[in-house]
Design a protein around this ligand. Structure first.
Ligand SMILES: Cc1ncc(C[n+]2csc(CCOP(=O)(O)OP(=O)(O)O)c2C)c(N)n1
Length: 620
């Protein structure tokens, strides 16, 4: 008999007993591994929270009680239990089930999330508004130890701890961020784990809590006070206690029986609570247990062997970045590399191995990474801070205030610029060109191919001011490798000189623009093809040259507003130039849901065919 088949909402779950819940957790693990092996997705994080999610939905009443998943990449079981299991074959696909919480999908998803460390602030807002409405629902924020390295989490804790509002924070501690977790808090949590064995805490928590009869509010109040007295007996989480939380744990996050028992008890305790739960990332699927980082976010893989399919032999931009940086760092010992919890994703693992003292993983702390880098530059280092476009949004003020005002030589290696694909709305790298180009002293460039990318990294190391190179997810382009003039600040590159029509491509849009260009040649047109190269400073001579054309098309894989096109048109206006028809081909002014990058570029007319058709239909 399958329990999973019978569950369409948390209400169905509540009909099961503890043994049945245990069986259900096995079924869910099987379902997850099988399903993700076909679609790809965040495997190890979800395998780690199977029991935790079941117990939460068993003991609380979602959607009246609000369950908030930090980041949200580990919300698959929550989706399974809230009526979406039959959509899992569409997970992270175009028009399919999102890989993150999405309120449009379900009333059980409270906020659309994807960036880390927001759950405590979000939970507090819900708890306070509930209090103001005199309602009684519970608010539960589940935050990972990785997400707890983010500054925003501490701003939330600081606020919650003195608020006295009823709110439960569950710390899901698996000692991993995507890679091994870092920092002093991680060490502190590990110390608790080592000094307080499961068995001790199990009996402590259960003895104390289970001795209490079913709790009404009054008894819960008493428990609150009692906890103050007994806390040193049952806990080591002094940091949290000092912050104003009642700390419980650590406890075994894979023991459903205990989880259910503890949840049923603590849900009536007054004030802010932290429950520290130890889990294992990848639990129950051997390859993911062993290589939880590799299986954090996976593509399709073979269920039996765990072998991932479709891995390309071509280097990605991240690979090339990592290799080039190691090469340069060998020659120049001032070069240091900084990542915010993404050493693998940004291609920095070799750098880390080769130069451990010059490598800094600061945790999920993009703002800190940028401010820290500005001071490294002041200290005569050449900091290269590698952050995905979407996550760098976190550090906007630090780029302005700490780097650009002082004109510090910080190199921003902005990975995942443009459409990233399966992660959807919260992860697309479509605002960086705009938000960087507004900032005085900042230089912004994007390469069309591998060689130009390497040349840009050389250029950035020599350039003594803030400078950003933004490049896309995926394999490096080898298009037009023979065309690479020297990089000169603020100068674009004319690749083919033609007449009447000008195609200006920024960064990796060149691939598709070049294909369209070739088709236009076949049709008898003779356009000029320009590699814009610098979004800032923008090339004034290039802009003046636009007066010679009847139709100009500017391509960028970012939003139009504030991007390359809008800077060009601003300049045209400022200089009162006589430019005829200038068209923007860019991403729309909306949040773009998941799909493969190819599907999304096609949807918005940035694929070769779309570009070709747009030009043909415009110039005819
Ligand atoms: C602001 C931000 N930076 C980086 C990321 C990329 N990221 C996604 S999950 C993750 C690790 C989260 O670790 P943890 O909270 O411990 O959850 P786990 O996956 O271990 O369960 C990171 C760094 C992100 N989502 N948001």
């Amino acid at each position: 008999m399958s329990y999973l088949e019978e569950i369409d909402s948390p209400k169905d779950l509540k009909k099961l007993d503890i043994d049945q819940l245990k069986d259900l957790s096995k079924e869910i693990r099987k379902f997850l591994v099988k399903s993700i092996s076909k679609t790809g997705g965040h495997l190890s994080s979800n395998l780690g929270v199977v029991e935790l999610t079941i117990a939460l939905h068993y003991c609380f009443n979602s959607p009246d009680d609000k369950i908030i998943w930090d980041v949200g990449h580990q919300s698959y079981i929550h989706k399974i239990l809230t009526g979406r299991k039959n959509d899992f074959d569409t997970l992270r696909k175009l028009d399919g089930l999102s890989g993150f919480p999405k309120p449009e999908e379900s009333e059980h998803d409270i906020f659309p999330t994807g960036h880390s460390s927001t759950s405590i602030s979000l939970g507090l807002g819900l708890a306070i508004s509930r209090d103001l409405r005199n309602e009684k629902n519970k608010v539960i924020s589940i935050i990972g130890d990785g997400a707890l390295t983010g500054g925003l989490a501490y701003e939330g804790l600081n606020n919650v701890g003195r608020s006295n509002t009823d709110m439960i924070v569950i710390l899901n501690d698996n000692q991993m961020s995507i890679s091994k977790n870092v920092g002093a808090m991680s060490k502190y949590l590990n110390d608790i784990r080592v000094t307080k064995t499961y068995l001790d805490v199990k009996s402590d928590v259960n003895d104390i809590l289970n001795k209490l009869p079913l709790m009404g509010d009054k008894i819960a109040d008493t428990l609150g006070k009692l906890k103050g007295e007994i806390r040193h007996f049952i806990v080591d989480g002094d940091i949290f206690e000092e912050l104003g939380f009642k700390y419980f744990g650590p406890m075994d996050g894979h023991n459903i029986e205990e989880l259910v028992s503890v949840f049923n008890n603590i849900k009536n305790v007054k004030g802010p609570i932290i429950l520290h739960v130890n889990t294992q990332k990848g639990k129950g699927y051997m390859p993911a247990e062993k290589y939880s980082c590799l299986y954090h976010g996976v593509g399709k893989f073979n269920l039996k062997t765990g072998k991932m399919s479709g891995s390309s032999t071509n280097d990605t931009y991240s690979d090339i970045f990592g290799k080039k940086l190691v090469e340069l760092a060998n020659e120049n010992n001032r070069i240091v590399a900084i990542t915010a919890a993404m050493p693998v994703g940004t291609g920095l693992t070799d750098f880390q191995k080769n130069f451990p003292k010059r490598f800094f993983d600061v945790g999920i702390a993009e703002s800190h990474a940028v401010t820290f880098s500005s001071a490294l530059a002041k200290g005569n280092m050449i900091p290269v801070v590698a952050i995905y476009s979407t996550f760098l949004q976190r550090a906007y003020d630090q780029i302005v205030h700490d780097v650009c005002v002082s004109n510090a030589h910080v190199i921003f290696a902005i990975d995942r610029g443009g459409i990233v694909g399966a992660d959807g709305e919260t992860h697309q790298g479509m605002f960086d060109i705009s938000y960087l180009c507004h900032i005085p002293n900042m230089t912004v460039m994007a390469p069309k191919n591998k060689i130009e990318f390497e040349n840009m990294i050389n250029f950035a190391v020599e350039y003594n001011a803030p400078i950003a190179i933004r490049y896309p997810r995926g394999n490096v382009s080898l298009v037009l490798e023979d065309k690479n003039e020297n990089i000169v600040l603020g100068k674009s590159e004319v690749i083919f000189k033609g007449k009447d029509i000008l195609l200006g491509a920024f960064g990796s849009t060149m691939d598709n623009v070049y294909n369209a260009y070739q088709k236009l040649l076949e049709d008898g047109y003779n356009p000029t093809l320009v590699n814009i190269r610098f979004a800032k400073p923008i090339d004034i001579d290039f802009i003046k040259s636009l007066q010679d054309y009847n139709h100009i098309f500017i391509f960028e894989d970012g939003v139009k507003s504030g991007g390359v096109y809008s800077q060009i048109t601003d300049t045209i206006f400022d200089l009162n130039l006589k430019v005829k028809n200038i068209h923007s081909v860019s991403l729309p002014d909306k949040f773009i849901a998941q799909g493969t990058p190819d599907e999304i570029y096609e949807k918005y007319g940035l694929d070769s065919e779309g570009i070709y058709k747009k030009i043909k239909s415009t110039v005819l």
